[in-house]
Design a protein around this ligand. Structure first.
Ligand SMILES: *[C@@H]1O[C@H](CO)[C@@H](O)[C@H](O)[C@H]1NC(C)=O
Ligand SMILES: *[C@@H]1O[C@H](CO)[C@@H](O)[C@H](O)[C@H]1NC(C)=O
Length: 304
C-alpha cells in the first residue's frame, strides 16, 4: 500500500470512528478493549510514551490489552510536551503522523510520542513570526519542538534590537530571547554600498587642486583641496583624536602635485611639499561626541 492509499483509508476510518464513537457510546467502546485478541484483528496496546499517555476516543488505554480494529490511537502529552510522529525521514508534526489506526492486527504507522516544547510565540501588530521545523514552514508557532526555528519579520520602520532575527528551540527553551520589533526613526538605505561606485582611474593632473596629507609615519591619511596659495581645506577627523582634540601639527606634511599615493615614488615629478602652520577647526566639531558634525579643517601652510 502506498502512502496515499493509507491516507484515504485513514480519513475514511476517522469518519466512521467519529460516527460510531460519539460520547454516548463511550461505555460500549471501553468494553471493546480486550485483554485478549479474540477476533484476531485487534492491536496490542503498547506501553505509554514518555511524558504522556495513549488514548482512543479520549480514553486512556491500558498497556497490554487489545484495541479492536479500525480504532484511532493518539497521544495525550503532559504540560510543556506535544505529540509528534516519526517517519522514515525523522520527526514529523504532520496531522497524519500524530495518530495511528489499527488495521489487520497492526498499527498503521509508528505511534506518536511526546516531545518537549518551547514557549509558543504569536505574531503581533508589529511583527510576523514564522516557525520552521526541519526546513518545513509550520502553520503556527504553537508548542514548538526541539530544533524549531522562529524567524521574526518586522513591519516597516521597526527593527529587532538584536542583530539576529531568529531563535532556535533547544531543550525546551529558546536559545536566545525571541527577537521583538521596536520602532525606529526612519528607513535605512540599502546595506553595503561602497563609497566609490563605478570609479575610474584619474589621469595625471586631472585634479591639480588635490593634495595628499601624510602623518608622522609617512602614511597617506587624508586628502585636501587647495583653496589659495597657503590655505588647504580638509577634514577635522584627520588631525584629531576621538574627542576632537588636535594632535601635534608638526606630525603632518602636505604634498601637492603627486599622482602616486606612497610618500616617496620616483615616478612622481614636480611634487611640492609644505608643513602646517595652523589648523582651524569649527567650534562645533567634537568628533565622536556629536557624531562628527562639522568635520572640516582649514589648514594654513607654513610660509616658504
Ligand atoms: C478529553 O478528556 C479530557 C480530560 O478527561 C477533557 O478535558 C477533554 O475535554 C476531552 N476531550 C475531548 C475531545 O473529549
Ligand atoms: C599614520 O597613519 C597610519 C594609517 O592610518 C597609522 O597606522 C599610523 O599609526 C599613523 N601614525 C601615527 C604616528 O599616528
Amino acid at each position: 500500500m502506498n502512502k496515499n492509499t493509507n491516507l484515504c483509508i485513514l480519513i475514511f476510518f476517522l469518519g466512521t470512528h467519529c460516527l460510531m464513537m460519539g460520547p454516548q457510546r463511550t461505555d460500549s467502546y471501553v468494553r471493546g478493549i480486550q485483554d485478549k485478541d479474540p477476533d484476531k484483528g485487534g492491536c496490542l496496546i503498547p506501553e505509554h510514551p514518555d511524558n504522556g499517555v495513549y488514548v482512543i476516543n479520549n480514553n486512556t488505554l491500558t498497556p497490554g490489552s487489545y484495541a479492536p480494529a479500525f480504532n484511532v490511537l493518539m497521544a495525550h502529552c503532559k504540560k510543556n510536551y506535544t505529540p509528534y510522529g516519526t517517519t522514515s525521514k525523522g520527526i514529523s508534526l504532520s496531522a497524519y503522523s500524530l495518530l495511528s489506526v489499527c488495521i489487520d492486527g497492526q498499527w498503521l504507522n509508528p505511534l506518536p510520542l511526546c516531545a518537549r516544547t518551547c514557549k509558543s510565540i504569536s505574531s503581533t501588530e508589529t511583527e510576523t513570526v514564522t516557525c520552521k521545523h526541519l526546513g518545513e514552514t509550520l502553520d503556527n508557532c504553537d508548542n514548538p519542538v526541539e530544533g524549531t526555528v522562529a524567524r521574526v519579520e518586522c513591519i516597516p520602520f521597526h527593527e529587532t534590537e538584536s542583530p539576529n532575527d531568529f531563535a532556535t528551540c533547544h531543550d525546551g527553551v529558546w536559545d536566545v530571547p525571541v527577537p521583538s520589533c521596536l520602532p525606529v526613526c526612519g528607513e535605512k538605505r540599502l546595506k553595503g554600498l561602497h563609497h566609490i561606485i563605478e570609479g575610474e582611474i584619474a589621469v595625471k593632473s586631472d585634479y591639480p587642486w588635490h593634495v595628499a596629507i601624510y602623518n608622522a609615519t609617512n602614511d597617506n591619511i587624508c586628502g585636501g583641496t587647495i583653496i589659495s596659495h597657503r590655505i588647504v581645506l580638509s577634514a577635522a577627523h584627520c588631525f584629531t583624536d576621538s574627542y576632537g582634540k588636535l594632535y601635534s601639527i608638526s606630525d603632518y606634511i602636505i604634498k601637492a602635485g603627486k599622482y602616486y599615493r606612497a610618500y616617496e615614488d620616483s615616478r612622481d615629478e614636480g611634487v611640492q611639499e609644505s608643513l602646517i602652520d595652523t589648523i582651524v577647526l569649527p567650534e562645533r566639531y567634537k568628533a565622536t561626541v556629536n557624531n562628527y558634525e562639522a568635520d572640516l579643517a582649514i589648514l594654513v601652510l607654513t610660509k616658504n
